[in-house]
Write a protein that binds this ligand. Structure first.
Ligand code: C2E
Ligand code: MG
Ligand code: MG
Ligand code: MG
Length: 282
């Protein structure tokens, strides 16, 4: 904005802000009733082995807004966190994801994203136990994904919850690795099973030298700590090849599949068609 715009420019800016604040307010009002109106659903994105076999899925929540259509979780999850809706919503996601996965073959896992807010305001180990019991899913098939921001306040309570989850046999993944504040010592102390390299590092492969160096360093470190490394946001064949050559253990991204509704995920793992479990052979 140039000086010449003066007060009018400023007023325009103010009006725009008001509009945006109003839109957010309207959306969070809608969000409050959305769970009761059954407007949420889960999509599932395959996570594949180096050979292209489906090893599991990540559950990704979708909100089908009656007027606006699908609203992105990048938009409504922060709102759900601010308003507290994430607590009942997160519980529903966990139950729904476990129930769906219980219908898959026994070697297929399910990864569920948890919000740091849930660690603060829910008894997560208890929620996980009841979701596993109700669905009949084995704990070893459930993975919990948490982002590094959970460590902004790695309180004793959070550490205890993580330790309890591991005792149950649930696996822990550190999501969006490299974007946040995690220190390498967290990786060791909190005993994660997996780390997911954020797609911002994958995007520039294989052309970006420094990107490849970072990815290589992450994979080497994780491997020496006996952790599995998953790359997210794999979109091209060149990225896939580069990640494999760097030693990445598992891959996820549009190259293999977009997140799909439950019935399509079921079809991918229950042996329909010749491509059973092989989405993109090496
Ligand atoms: P995330 O957990 O890192 O999930 C990966 C996101 O990357 C998903 O976006 C997925 O659709 C997208 N993605 C996957 N492959 C590719 C690719 O090849 N290229 C590109 N450009 N994108 C790809 P989505 O579904 O919009 O979710 C965004 C974020 O919202 C998630 O990031 C996660 O932080 C949050 N989220 C989604 N579902 C849940 C949930 O059930 N609970 C919680 N607490 N958060 C969720
Ligand atoms: Mg995730
Ligand atoms: Mg991620
Ligand atoms: Mg991400």
């Amino acid at each position: 904005r140039t000086k010449g715009e003066g007060r009018n420019g400023y007023r325009f800016y103010e009006a725009e802000m008001d509009e945006r604040i109003e839109a957010r307010r309207a959306l969070s009002t809608d969000l409050r009733g959305a769970l009761d109106r059954n407007e949420f659903l889960l999509h599932f994105q395959p996570i594949v082995s180096r050979e292209g076999r489906v090893r599991g899925f990540e559950a990704l929540v979708r909100w089908k807004h009656p007027k606006r259509g699908f609203v992105s979780p990048a938009e409504f999850i922060p709102l759900a966190e601010e308003t507290g809706v994430i607590i009942p919503l997160g519980e529903w996601i966990l139950q729904q994801a476990c129930a769906t996965a219980a219908g898959w073959p026994g070697d297929i896992s399910i990864a569920v994203n948890l919000s740091p807010i849930q660690f603060r305001h829910s008894d997560l180990p208890l929620l996980v136990i009841s979701a596993l019991q109700e669905s009949g899913l084995d704990a070893s098939r459930l993975e919990i994904e948490i982002t590094e921001s959970v460590f902004l306040e790695a309180t004793p309570a959070i550490k205890t919850a993580l330790a309890k989850l591991r005792e149950l046999g649930v696996r822990l993944s550190l999501d969006d690795f490299g974007t946040g504040y995690s220190s390498l010592s967290y990786l060791r102390r909190l005993a994660f099973d997996k780390i997911k390299i954020d797609q911002s590092f994958v995007r520039d492969l294989p052309h970006e030298q420094s990107g490849a160096a970072i990815v290589r360093a992450i994979i080497d470190l994780a491997t020496s700590l006996k952790m599995t490394v998953i790359a997210e946001g794999v979109e091209t064949e060149a990225q896939r090849r580069c990640l494999l050559s760097l030693g990445c253990h598992a891959l996820q991204g549009y190259l293999f599949s977009r997140p799909v509704p439950a019935d399509e995920a079921n079809a991918l793992v229950t042996g329909q068609g010749l491509r059973r479990q092989t989405i993109h052979a090496a």
